[in-house]
Every structure is written in structure tokens, then in C-alpha cells.
Design a protein around this ligand. Sequence first.
Ligand code: G3I
Length: 361
Amino acid sequence: MRRRAALALAAGLPACAFAQAEVPLRQQARQAGRGFGAAIRSEILAIDPVYAALYAAEAEILTPEWEAKWEALQPEEGRFDHTALNQIIAFAQQHQQRLRGHALIWHQAMPPWLTTALEEGPARARGVLEAHLNAVLPATRATIRDWDVVNEPIANPPGSDNPQPGNESMRQSPWFRALGRDYVEIALRHARALDPTLRLTINEYGVEEATPDAATKRTRLLGLLRHLLDRGCPLDAVGIQAHLQLRRPFEAEPFARFVAELREMGLAVLITELDIREADALPTGLAARDAAVAARAAQFVSAAIGAGCRTVLCWGLSDRDSWLAKEPAVARADGVVTRGLPFDDTLRRKPMWDALARAMR
Ligand code: G3I
């Protein structure tokens, strides 16, 4: 540290400039009264000590990437399996980390038995919904105090996949088909009935950028939230996933206005899954690519924090383990690995790390 401070002074910078470069993101965020974290995967945690050390140092908050989803927790009806989730919980307890639960009610990560049950009428659907929460929330009550109770309830513009008049805003998920729009309220009210102090969150994507579709999705989400709050439905927070894309424009002003509107509704706002997909036509060289990703990260996180966000999580820490590198739907056709997270595929810091550190301070 002293050598770096001497370097800073020699470079005419305040010593703290280099000193901050040593301080992990979780500490820099905490020093500014904010929480930084990332999604984590138990199967890598179990075999990769460098991965484990990186998460212990850099993340104050952890989101199990798949271990708290329905297909992991209740693979067959009535059989619950917290094995993988408990590995993450034990790690978090060892490193004074908080956990976000993700996600109780979602249209993905559904085991086949659940898909079938949701086609067997509203009473059956409500029964399996309540039984899942009745089992999962008490079992995790001591260690998970913030859940994405409903994930991605809004229909993606343009248009809507929901033909029901008046329900164009709602994604036509198996939950919607079984219970109508009320499935959101049923889940939130049941979670609150089980746990009076759990933070209840609705998590959504595609509401960040300066495009007509994102503007429409913001309006649709605000409409659902107002509907819920007007009915006295318990809800504490909104998670903005922030899977950003450099091919799309971002403007701080409309996004900050959206966050401010959520805050005015009495809701906390979290950035829950930040990563940045590079444009199709990549600039040559890693330096230019990493600089473009870092610039978008700085612009977005500064706007979010300026508008009142106090929690920022990335969807993973390193490009190596990112869904952007593997998921066929989003991986690059040319096989080039998107560099959309703060650490590269050898788990070394990138310019995005510095951008996040500066934005969160
Ligand atoms: O279920 C198996 C488990 O039995 C096995 O032990 C484990 C380790 O190999 O793999 C598990 O399977 C896959 C899991 O990722 C872990 O790799 C699932 O088949 C696969 O569907 C799952 O994909 C996840 C996807 O959500 C669906 O759950 C991705 O990792 C995850 O990045 C992605 O994350 C979503 C958020 O939840 C919501 N927002 C969008 C985001 C990206 O799609």
C-alpha cells in the first residue's frame, strides 16, 4: 500500500486514489453506505478456491444464480432439496455476506410437475404456490431476508403475448394463465402472511434503456405496481435486472425519472443482475471493448445511485462464468466471449471494476 501511495503522490494524485484501487468493491460500496454483490454458483464455489476468494473479498450480497429457483428447491412435488442453496448460505455466513432469494414465482426454472399442476385449474395452482412458500420461506427465514417473490411478470413490448383485453401489460406466463393478474398479489400476500419483516421484491428486466420498448415496459410495470399498492398489497422493493446492451442507447434522465417514480411510491429500488452485452460489431482490441463496457457501467450505475438506488449486484463477477458466455440465446454467434462483468475470464479486474468503484463511491 505504501508503494502505491508513493506512486500516487509522484503522479500528483492524492494517495487515496491508489489506495482505493486496493479496496474491494464491497468495502468501497459499504464506505459510501451502499451494498455491492453478485450472483454466485454453488457448483463453481465447491471446486474453485480462487472463485471463492474473489466472492469473499468483493461481494457483500450474494444471489444464488439457480439454487433458490423452483426446479432446484422442489424438483418433485413435496420433495424439497436445499443442498445446493445451503452451500451458498454456509459460505455467506462464513464471510459476513447477505443473501437475496431468487426467485419464488417465475415462468422459467419450473420442473415439469409444476407446469402440469398449473394447467389443473386455479385451486391447484394456488395450492402449489402456497405450499412452495410455506416450505421455503420458514426454512430460509434466518438467512434470506429479501426475496424476488415474483420475477418478470410484465409482457415484453412491442405488442404483448397476452390476448386478454385489459391485461396486455401482463406476461402470459403459466401463472397468469392459471390465476390471472392476481397471481402476483396472491404470492405477495402469502409471503407477507408467512413473514412480517421479509423484504418482498418484484424483479424485472428490459426497463433500463432509451428505447420505445423499454419506455413501454416501464409504463406497464408502473401500472402493475400502482394497481398492487392501491389495493394495499404488501410490496417493499423493485429489482431492476439491468442486463444492458451496448447496441441499445441509454440516457440517464428517463431512467433516473423512472427510479425516482418508484421511490415516490415508497419502494426501494435495487439493481439486481447487472451485466453488459457488447455490440455486434466489436471494436478491435480488448482495451477499446473494455472501455466501452466500463463507460456504460459508469453511466448506468451513477444514474441509478443518483436516483436513490443503494444496492447494486452484478449477474456474476467474471466473464468466464457469465451466462452471456454460455446461454445460446445471448452468446455471440462468432463465439467471442462478451466481456460484460467486472472481472475477466482469468478473474482479473477490468476497467468495469474501476467504473463500478467510482460510481458507488
Ligand atoms: O439444475 C442443474 C443442477 O442440477 C446442476 O447441478 C447445475 C450445475 O451444473 O446446473 C443446473 O442447471 C442449470 C443452471 O443454470 C446452472 O448452470 C439449468 O439447467 C439452467 O437452466 C440454469 O440457467 C440459468 C437460467 O437463469 C435459468 O434458471 C442461468 O444459469 C442463469 O444465469 C439465468 O439467470 C436469469 C435470472 O434467473 C433471471 N434474469 C435473467 C437471467 C439470465 O437468463
